[in-house]
Design a protein around this ligand. Structure first.
Ligand SMILES: [Zn+2]
Length: 282
């Protein structure tokens, strides 16, 4: 535009140059805002045209090529015969004694889970939560669904009394202070996307009424004291089996505190934890 004005008039005014420079800065700010916040939100709302991992054109959030390559390098593959990590002694050894019935995770805190979780948590990206939910559906939920269908086909009594698939998804809550700092609750985003994928309803029935120090800064004993009595649940739920949603589990201390709050009001409910990644303290 500046060159055009120069060609029209060899002496553009200083005021015009300042206006053009202001306009350029404004356009840069709008572009930056769109790329960081508006763009991902629009994409996650109205559909995504590129794979989040390889950026190639794709109708889904993670393309089949990436899903196949991840499987080839062993991502999302569990060494034990069961997907339930509570049946794996190596996992159980490093967890605080579980106050829940089952634990499923896509994998350890490795690529691409680490990148996606950081994007979701600190980039406010719902689209990263959608990619994580897609990986969970592909590597965990599809196997659970197959197992549940087999049990139903065999008319197993357990399948009727204790359904394998949760009937309600509940996100682990953030404190109000941390919510306003991050402007999103990553577990809530995951719960919403998983609900869309599985058609299981989701509802935030637990509140965190005490602001706590970040668990990552503490050792195991300090973590237990930190989240003691931090959660409350006033709802009495009508379902038998509830799925608790979180992004990463390290010791399971926070999850245990949430489960205690739920079980105070709902002592007979079965709780399954769905987390995207697990990183255990040694
Ligand atoms: Zn891809």
């Amino acid at each position: 535009m500046r060159l055009y004005l120069l060609s029209m008039n060899n002496k553009p005014s200083r005021a015009l140059e300042i206006r053009l420079s202001q306009l350029t800065r404004l356009m840069q700010r709008i572009s930056s805002l769109y790329n960081k916040q508006v763009g991902p939100k629009l994409k996650s709302t109205f559909g995504h045209q590129h794979c989040y991992l390889c950026h190639q054109y794709c109708a889904s959030i993670v393309c089949q090529f990436c899903l196949d390559r991840l499987a080839e390098i062993g991502f999302g593959q569990h060494p034990s015969s069961t997907l339930d990590l509570l049946r794996n002694p190596a996992t159980l050894k490093n967890l605080d004694t579980p106050n829940y019935d089952h634990l499923y995770a896509i994998d350890n805190y490795v690529w691409p889970l680490d990148k996606l979780i950081l994007d979701m948590k600190f980039g406010h990206q719902s689209v990263a939560a959608r990619a994580l939910a897609c990986l969970f559906m592909h590597f965990v939920y599809s196997s659970l669904r197959r197992q549940a269908n087999t049990e139903i086909a065999n008319s197993s009594q357990d399948a009727c009394k204790q359904p394998l698939i949760p009937q309600l998804l509940v996100p682990v809550p953030l404190s109000n202070k941390r919510y306003w700092k991050r402007q999103c609750n990553q577990a809530q985003l995951l719960s919403e996307w998983l609900s869309k994928g599985t058609l299981i309803p989701n509802e935030a029935i637990v509140q965190r009424f005490k602001h706590t120090q970040a668990q990552s800064e503490l050792d195991k004993q300090q973590r237990i004291e930190n989240v003691s009595n931090a959660f409350k649940c006033d709802s009495i739920i009508s379902v038998q089996h509830l799925g608790l949603i979180d992004d990463v589990i390290t010791t399971g201390v926070t999850i245990n505190a949430v489960c205690s709050a739920i079980k105070k009001r709902n002592p007979n409910v079965k709780i399954t934890v769905w987390t995207m990644a697990i990183t255990l303290l040694k």
